[in-house]
Design a protein around this ligand. Structure first.
Ligand code: F0G
Length: 461
């Protein structure tokens, strides 16, 4: 085999779904009716859906076969045991509970561990993680390295925790006020950036030094492992599973949304090594999700997760996945579109601050760009900027913008071809050429917690 030639997708297509591109006038009308919020659009009105990589993967024939073969049972289903075996093999934790999705794991974790007045440091919380800490009256604290906020800077592990800041923070607040420390891999909120093994090890050492439990938000752990293999010295000859086992060996547990890397449409898990925590998690699970051997899922979904996890750690699959993201990034980069560099593991993030420098943060540049992209192309992206992460100061009512204004083009796994992505790039490049004409938005409605999902906007001026 010629090593120089990049391999294509390590799969072929067995079933397809029709997609439709509405005329531009109809797209303008639809987005207006949706309050200029792409979350409020019907999926059938979207041509190429890059809103999220969560729950949107194409499952394999092997996963579908397992879903049909397994038995459905309230207690003791065989799929629970196959998932348990997989979790022990890939994650290595002593205990796990299945949940219906990642945020249910966060709910159980934080309801058990976070008390009012406590702080949870993370490299960067995702929106649901942040909301679940707040719901339990804790304070989420983001301590990513400064590089994370410089979208143009090329650096291998921009998702890292700033360990110096972390230790200073623990000393300042005292360890008693910190029920747990988290690291999110990859770091979704700052561009899907990876975290290095060294950083995970150092964070774990700090957590142990102060007697604080250390949990990993493992949503995209396999993509993170692949980055470690390619970028961190000493890991080039290790398998993704070996890298994963080392990562998790530094942690006391993890939350996991199966909707990403288990290549399923629903599902999640909460894992721990602590017997005491496991008992608490289990009891809460039964009240709010379901019995321990299904946890809010149909048993067939447990089977799909168990099988999907092995597909996610397949190196050929990861090579294809990373190559496809780089393909989209390169098309945009070559045309001068400002993106977060280097591209992340599950998405290409466009820097709306640099794309639309004439739109101030209080007019939501990343939201305005997301809306315009839909009008221009029928492509749905997601805003990760001030609509998602901006705050209103409770005392002064003042608007505090997010540090970054990003539009995320998330790539569902095994779903779109390079040709779909070429179309996305061409439309976005066309939009970039007329960017001065794009106007900002005024937010007219947003609930307090996770307000971006249902927020409504109007065009400015
Ligand atoms: N943590 C991270 C880092 C995530 O990206 C997500 C979800 C969750 C936790 C929650 O998992 O959706 O299964 O409840 N991220 C999706 C996204 C929604 O589009 O990035 P969930």
């Amino acid at each position: 085999m010629n090593e120089e030639i990049e391999l294509p997708e390590p799969f072929k297509i067995k079933m397809v779904e029709k997609i439709t591109l509405h005329p531009r006038e109809k797209r303008e009308e639809l987005i207006r009716k949706a309050g200029y919020n792409v979350f409020m659009l019907k999926a059938e009105d979207v041509f190429i859906d890059l809103l999220t990589d969560s729950g949107t993967s194409a499952m394999s024939d092997h996963q579908w076969a397992g879903m049909i073969e397994t038995t459905q049972a309230y207690a003791g289903s065989q799929s629970y045991y196959s998932l348990e075996k997989t979790v022990k093999d890939i994650f290595g934790f002593k205990h796990f509970i299945p949940v219906h999705q990642g945020r249910a794991a966060e709910n159980i974790l934080f309801s058990t561990m976070v008390s009012p007045g406590s702080y949870v440091p993370n490299n960067t919380h995702f929106d649901t993680t942040e909301a679940n800490v707040l719901r339990n009256k804790g304070t989420p604290v983001n301590l990513a390295v400064e590089d994370a906020y410089d979208s143009a800077k090329i650096s291998p592990f921009k998702g890292n925790m700033d360990t110096e800041k972390l230790e200073d923070f623990i000393r300042e607040k005292t360890p008693e006020k910190i029920p747990l420390i988290m690291t999110t891999i990859t770091n979704n909120s700052v561009g899907g950036q990876p975290v290095s093994m060294q950083n995970i090890r150092e964070t774990s050492e700090i957590a142990r030094k102060y007697g604080i439990p250390f949990f990993i938000d493992a949503c995209r752990f396999a993509e993170n492992c692949y980055f470690i293999k390619k970028r961190e010295e000493g890991y080039e000859n290790k398998t993704i599973k070996e890298i994963a086992r080392e990562i998790f060996s530094y942690a006391d547990g993890c939350t996991f949304s199966g909707k990403k890397e288990a290549l399923t449409n629903i599902g999640g898990m909460l894992c721990t090594n602590s017997e005491e925590l496991y008992q608490k998690f289990k009891n809460l699970l039964i009240v709010i999700e379901g019995f321990i051997t299904y946890g809010g899922l149909a048993c067939r979904e447990l089977e799909a997760m168990a099988r999907g996890l092995y597909e996610a750690i397949d190196e050929n699959y990861q090579a294809y996945r990373h190559r496809q993201i780089e393909y989209l990034a390169k098309l945009l980069r070559d045309a001068g579109v400002p993106i977060v560099e280097p591209p992340g593991g599950h998405a290409v993030y466009v820097d709306a601050k640099r794309f639309l420098p004439h739109i101030p943060p209080e007019q939501f540049p990343a939201q305005a760009l997301t809306v315009q992209l839909y009008i221009e192309s029928g492509v749905r992206a997601a805003e990760l900027g001030s609509s998602c992460f901006g705050k209103i100061d409770e005392k002064t009512g003042e608007f505090i913008p997010a540090r970054m204004e990003l539009m995320r083009l998330a790539i569902p796994r095994r779903t779109y071809t390079d040709n779909h992505l070429r179309y996305v790039a061409e439309c976005l490049i066309r939009l970039y050429k007329k960017r001065e004409r794009i106007k900002g938005l005024k937010r007219v409605y947003a609930p307090k917690l996770l307000g971006h999902f249902t927020a409504r906007f109007e065009p400015v001026g």
